[in-house]
Design a protein around this ligand. Structure first.
Ligand SMILES: [Zn+2]
Length: 304
């Protein structure tokens, strides 16, 4: 499985915060935001492309990535309901997936740990072994595909399939590989009664593949043949937009949470609320004066 971090109990969360010397940051008001609200099991929060360096002062295009991630964390903590889960779609680490990058990352996301389970996938700036070693207390490791980490978890209206498209750390293109695609085909056939949403870091790239998913054709051909596949969610391009594949599958490109490629493009997180026959995706910009802040799209799933 991809790394799955279980939600922490209030007691465990406060114990860890105290050990980390962070108790002062969790005043009663913050604790109410963390513990005193109900859960909307249909809602999911997406983060992607945070690129956190060991040094919290690191910047890119005048953006401080650690501050950006902390701002997104605070927004999700302040959200009126707890999400069913939080999905982080790759490129957690700055560039080379160093152990110290993940240590900083783990500290910044700590408040989320009290809100909901977290699922973390790998991007091309992550390093597989360091990533696995980064959460030694609570990772559930199940390597269903050799050298790749793929898995799925269920929600009431869909199954989420989390894939691993990392090939070489700090090299742009990605690949799922035959073994993982075979695994996916088997699992999709087994779980064919419920809508499937596929999550992977790299973008399907149609035409010549330069930086995207090298096996886009094999991947999309497989998904198109499985009518229960309704959407693919990816990051990597740091460019928020939603399009539709010719098969009717929705293609959701997440924005970067913390590391913009261009000054004017939005950074932030995405709320997804599932319905029986579709989902609503909402862009939550860190800069709330950004013209795209709050942009919502209601997607209808293709027919079975
Ligand atoms: Zn990235």
């Amino acid at each position: 499985m991809p790394i799955a971090l279980p939600q922490l109990s209030r007691r465990e969360f406060l114990k860890r915060a105290a050990l980390a010397g962070a108790a002062v940051a969790f005043a009663p008001a913050s604790q109410a935001a963390l513990f005193g609200k109900s859960r909307d099991a249909h809602t999911f929060a997406f983060f992607s492309d945070t690129h956190i360096a060991a040094d919290t002062a690191a910047t890119h295009l005048d953006c401080n990535m650690a501050e950006h991630l902390a701002a997104a964390v605070n927004e999700v903590v302040a959200w009126p309901v707890k999400p069913g889960a939080i999905i982080v779609n790759g490129d957690l680490a700055f560039q080379d997936g160093l152990p110290a990058d993940y240590a900083t990352y783990g500290k910044i996301i700590q408040p989320l740990r009290a809100l909901a389970p977290m699922h973390l996938t790998l991007g091309n700036h992550d390093q597989r072994q360091n990533f696995w070693n980064a959460f030694p207390h609570d990772t559930q490791k199940q390597k269903s595909v050799p050298q790749k980490q793929a898995g799925l978890f269920g929600a009431s209206h869909a199954n989420w399939f989390l894939l691993d498209s990392l090939v070489t750390t700090n090299s742009a293109p990605g690949e799922l590989g035959t073994a993982q695609l075979d695994w996916l085909a088997r699992e999709l056939a087994f779980h064919n009664r419920r809508p499937a949403i596929i999550v992977c870091h790299h973008n399907p790239q149609f035409g010549p593949v330069t930086t995207g998913l090298r096996d886009t054709s094999a991947f999309m051909d497989l998904l198109a043949r499985k009518p229960n596949v309704k959407a693919v969610v990816y990051g990597h391009t740091h460019d928020w937009h939603i399009t539709q594949h010719e098969s009717g599958i929705q293609l959701i490109n997440l924005p970067p949470t913390a590391y913009p490629f261009h000054n004017k493009r939005p950074c932030g997180w995405v709320r997804c609320t599932l319905a029986k026959d579709g989902a609503e995706f909402e862009l939550r910009c860190l800069d709330q004066s950004h013209p795209q802040h709050g942009e919502k799209q209601t997607l209808k799933w293709r027919k079975d």
